[in-house]
Design a protein around this ligand. Structure first.
Ligand SMILES: Cc1ncc(COP(=O)(O)O)c(C=O)c1O
Length: 348
């Protein structure tokens, strides 16, 4: 991706957790993310004692809306980090988000769990961290590339890199980190052969060699994975063009997106079928679909922390009509045609 450093970890959630810890998010600090995301993007702030806050999305990109983010950040004291989520694999407006973060003295941690292989408008790769402090990835089985479970953090900051290495492994010193207890550490001016120091509280978030081996073999195929997703997305785009009840989400962005998801917005009321019934009918013919996402602020955990329905209307309106339809490397043209025809039949 063009970043100086990368730290492999056991999953994307672990990556977010230690990224927040390395960013020094702590009790009393606030982290802002998108409500249109998996809960892990917000939970990481809470893991380290911080408060998760949300800001509404843009109606077209479904990513954080910079104008709303600015207004939101104005109202927050102790803003420590912004976590933009590249929803579905489409990069956020990073220069605008970086500028807002700088104005408020906050760090930027990109949640690129969906966006391995995505490119910014200037052609640089998501993960290069040109407008952020850290970028996290997930290698969960449904993602662009998998290690079974796995994740990674990229950064260009050597201090953050060193801290991430320590946090990944119990908070124990790594590389040539200075040692604090000279009496225990040295014999005749040399570091004792057995010696290590735990200097802060860390975790066991290491990726195993077995996961890494799978990741390396998957990485060799990434070009093929991304190209096939693009091809399938374009075929869907053509199929839904002019359909009265189905609108592809994030239109016109296929060249930038890693296309982790292909989301359509469906007017279920006009089609006279509920989303629940629609999903069940597709499932009955062997087609699995999903909703990405139930707005994070509406989860009971966040409702108990004061968030309310109606607070982020663009996200909530989008949620009511979204559906992610099958998009993955192994989907054949015939299977995709079957998905399209099955949906068309149900939406007549
Ligand atoms: C946007 C987003 N962030 C973070 C994560 C967490 O990644 P993992 O499942 O590897 O812990 C996910 C996982 O689905 C995700 O979709």
């Amino acid at each position: 991706m063009g970043a100086k450093y990368a730290v492999a970890v056991s999953n994307g959630t672990a990556a977010l957790h230690i990224a927040c810890a390395a960013a020094d998010v702590k009790t009393g600090d606030t982290v802002v993310t998108s409500p249109n995301t998996f809960v892990a993007s917000a939970n990481c702030a809470v893991y380290v004692g911080g408060k998760a806050e949300f800001s509404d999305i843009d109606v077209v990109t479904l990513n954080l809306d910079p104008a709303k983010l600015e207004a939101r950040c104005e109202k927050i004291t102790n803003l420590r980090a912004i976590i933009p989520v590249h929803f579905g694999g489409l990069p956020c407006d990073m220069p605008a988000i970086r500028e807002i973060a700088q104005r408020h003295g906050a760090l930027v941690i990109e949640d690129a769990a969906h966006a391995l292989g995505a490119v910014y408008p200037d052609g640089s790769k998501v993960g290069c961290c040109k407008d952020s402090d850290m970028t996290i990835f997930s290698f969960h089985p449904v993602k662009i590339l998998t290690t079974g479970e796995g994740g990674m953090i990229t950064t260009n900051d050597s201090a953050l890199y060193r801290r991430l290495l320590r946090l990944r492994s119990h908070g124990i010193n790594k590389l040539d980190d200075p040692l604090q207890d000279a009496a225990l550490a040295y014999t005749d001016g040399e570091v004792n052969a057995w010696y290590y120091e735990m200097q802060e509280l860390g975790f066991n978030y290491r990726m195993t060699d077995i996961q890494a081996a799978l990741g390396l073999s998957q990485f060799g195929k990434i070009g093929r994975f991304l190209a096939r997703r693009k091809e399938l997305a374009r075929r869907y785009d053509a199929a839904w063009q002019g359909h009265p009840r189905v609108r592809p989400a994030q239109p016109g962005t296929r060249d930038q997106s890693a296309l982790h998801l292909y989301v359509v917005r469906i007017d279920f009321d006009a089609a006279g079928i509920t989303r629940h019934a629609f999903i069940k009918a597709l499932k009955a013919v062997g087609i699995t679909t999903q909703v990405h996402y139930i707005p994070a602020h509406l989860q009971p955990f966040y409702r108990a922390r004061g968030f309310k329905p109606g607070q982020f209307p663009v996200t909530e309106d989008y949620y009511r009509e979204c559906l992610s339809i099958p998009l993955y490397y192994g989907l054949s043209d015939d299977e995709q045609t079957f998905v399209i025809e099955s949906m068309q039949r149900l939406l007549k």
